[in-house]
Design a binder for this molecule. Sequence first.
Ligand code: ADP
Length: 780
Amino acid sequence: MFGLPNWRSLQTRIAAGMLVVVLGILWVAEYSLSQSLRRDMEAAISAQQYSTVSLIAKEIDRSIVERLSIAESLAESLTSGVLAFPAATQRLIEERKIPGRIFNWGIIVTDSTGTAIASVPTDLHRTGTNYKEYDFIAKALSTGDVQLPDPVISPNSGLPVFTMVVPIIDDNQHTIGLVIGVTNLAQSNFLDEIGLAKYGNTGDFLVTAPVGRLYVASSDKRRVMKSGPARGVNPVYDRYIDGYEGSGIAKSSRGVVEMSSSRRIPTTGWLMQSVLPVDEAFAPIEAMERHLIVVSLVLTLVATLISWWWLHLQLRPLSEASTLLRNMREGVIPRQALPVVRPDEIGLLTEAFNGLQATIIDEESRAAEHTANRRLRHIVSFVPGMLFQYRLHADGRSDFPFVSEGIREIYGIAPEEAEGNASLLLDTMHADDREAFLASRNESARTLEPWNADYRIVLPDGQSRWLMITAQPERVGAGETFWHGFITDISERKAMAAELEQYRDHLEHLVEIRTADLEAARAEAERLAGVKSEFLANMSHEIRTPLHGMLGLAHIGKRNTDDDSKAHRTFDKILHSGNLLLGIINDILDFSKMEAGMLKIESAPVDLAAVLSESLELMQERADAKKLPLALITADDLPPTCRSDALRLRQILLNLLSNAVKFTEQGSVSLEAKFAGQQLVFRVIDTGIGIPAEQRDSIFHPFEQGDSSTTRRFGGTGLGLAITARLVELMGGSISVDSTPGQGSCFEVRLPYVAVSPSVATLSHDDSGQQHQTLTEIHQ
Ligand code: ADP
């Protein structure tokens, strides 16, 4: 609160202003007070001073009159008879015993020539001295009047003396002598009352003889018998000399400003004066002024502090408001109304500011809304259809706070028109759709579920359009619903849907006809497939029977002829070709069976080791012929037995081994068997020609071979792998191939492992001697 003053602060300026005003008032009051005091005091002191000098003047006058009367009484007692005898005169004046305090320098009696004939005290030896040289003596003698001349320095004694000269008049009214009362002003005399008393501490009393401007007596002994200031030096003094009785202030010849008063002493015409330096006269005022200054300073300080504190209290709402406003501006607190602390001017200002702020916020939000609307309008003008905000009031009125430019295209009116009058859109609605449309709107308002409706409008030119409204409702305030959504022209879609409907009806009819045709065709195909399979089975049986006969006879013929004979070689060729033919027929038969779904997979206990070694044995001869080592690698964890179809398992392995041997010229062929993840894993690995990547999938298709040259080089039908893959599939397993052309191939077969229950005692590795025989023969 009492920090360093900030000169821009209102508080500081008001406090400073108040301070200046208070100081001004104080100083003016003090000045006028001291001036009036000075005037009053001057008047009081002047009156007092004047009354004092009047009193003293009166006293001096009385003393002079007293002395004069003594001298006169003495003069009266001196007759011409007495004067004729100086001794008698001397005796007389001595007898009178006039006290020394009356005439401290004695009394002189002269004759008519002004020569002293008697005098007291006698030790001054003044008898015989002629005083006629003094003007006032001569004047007294000539006029017979009492003379009270100004004091003079006695040429005899060199002392300042004041004389009273009283003529001695005889009966003839002639001046026969003089009585001279002498007062030595350098000694204690009746004027000493003045000499002893000071006026105040530094003031003086003065008795001035105006004619010679001479100081007759003074409390400042240095001035006695000195001349006062020459005319023109001190105007007040000059006025006194000219006869003014009263008081005045002037700068003395000594340079001191003095207050003075003057009163004439009637008997002598002297002036009784007193002077007092103004400094002393006004010392109490100056003391009081000093005191007032101190009090004023203290009061000013107190007033400053109090006004500072009071202003701080009064202006606090302003500084608090400015702090709040700064925080609002910096985003520390949200924008809000300022608190109105008191209903004073600051309160009124705050209220007015709050009102202004509310208006600004309102205008800002409206401007922001306007800008956002403009931007939105611009953006949504690129969106097909018409976007809108629709409001349904509690009283049933409705309006469009926002409508996009798309309305021009759909309704042919401007967005502003629709925003101004919502019923414009309703008016265009097809009469048949209006009820359903409003019902869907009211339903959406009630449930706050999305508002979806298709409806028609009829434009002024009579053109009809299908529109679709999709909007999301939200409740705003009491009973007011607000939708945000869009309206699109679905006329085209509706037309297409209608067309489609037409097509659909037509199509259904067509499909019915086609389905019936297809059903007939399928039944025919199935029948034909059955016929084909039956035919193939019959045919293969029919072919195989004579072929077996032929092969049996050729076998016998071969055995009964010499090895080198032509017949032997012919039988051998017949056997070879016959076996090939038999293999092909068997393959076709198997494939046909599979195609017809007639091939059944057995599930019986199988001795795995036996099946593996048998498969290898059957290939041994062909491998030997190509000098290819055949290897069987069985893992230790391979189960000895499992439930499977031994015939089909062997068929799979033989097919793979037969291919491996067939497509390998050098290196080796191996058969690996292991148990992994509840599966039996068989791998046939060779170092043959390999299979290009692009052929790896197709080789499992029937009648597919690596390339056309394969048939020429290696023979075969392209059925082996197709049959193998189907068999593996039928047995619930999977087959895959990994191969690098020129380096070899690896066929992997994975079959589910089914354990043999312990109760089964006997194992079978072949349930068809016939089949076994056939396969053996195929691959020889
Ligand atoms: P094919 O009777 O012609 O042997 P397969 O179905 O058994 O018919 O084989 C199809 C083709 O797959 C073969 O023509 C051959 O190109 C390729 N093939 C199969 N096994 C191997 C293999 N071990 N090495 C290289 N090519 C192979």
